[in-house]
Design a binder for this molecule. Sequence first.
Ligand SMILES: Cc1cc2nc3c(=O)[nH]c(=O)nc-3n(C[C@H](O)[C@H](O)[C@H](O)COP(=O)(O)O)c2cc1C
Length: 180
Amino acid sequence: MRRLKLSKAFTLVEPGPVVLVTTHDGRKSNIMTISWTMVLDFNAVFAITTGEWNHSFAALREKRECVIAIPPVDMLDKVVGIGTCSGADTDKFARFKLTAVRGKIVKAPLIKECLANIECKVVDIVTKHNIVVLEGVAAYVDHARKEKRTVHAVGDGTFIVDGRKLDRKRMMASRIPESL
Ligand SMILES: Cc1cc2nc3c(=O)[nH]c(=O)nc-3n(C[C@H](O)[C@H](O)[C@H](O)COP(=O)(O)O)c2cc1C
């Protein structure tokens, strides 16, 4: 995994892939699946929607740290499995045979098998709407990962896989930050 400039981290989330979010509660690491995500700025500021109903939420609220990990399509069954069981009674790293890697800043682990990982701090929790606002503090990409296509949840148990990439960089030049 290579470090990615933080100014580019929003490009990992902007296409709307299903992501995995890891936490560490001081004793154990856990993983949840999240498809409700949003980019809030060209800087590495994101929102996820989650709340008390998930085991991960207590660690998010108390430790105020997590990692957003971006899984490619070959991890889809693990992604759905992680999102349909609870860290309260399951060691998801062991059950889904995933490798936890220590990040540089937060205690929540990176997931080695994922395409990219973003270490994040929780900067706000908007309880009324179950929105957790995250600020990326370090980002990594695994350029060696062969499968690069991500998945997008429809919401009914079906998923869409990335298709063709279309380039309109010249048309958008006046709207794209120079740091890209
Ligand atoms: C494809 C998929 C997408 C999901 N998206 C979300 C989401 O955006 N927000 C949320 O709170 N839960 C979402 N979930 C459910 C959580 O991942 C699930 O409740 C998980 O078991 C939480 O794990 P935990 O209890 O160990 O924290 C999703 C599940 C799946 C399978």
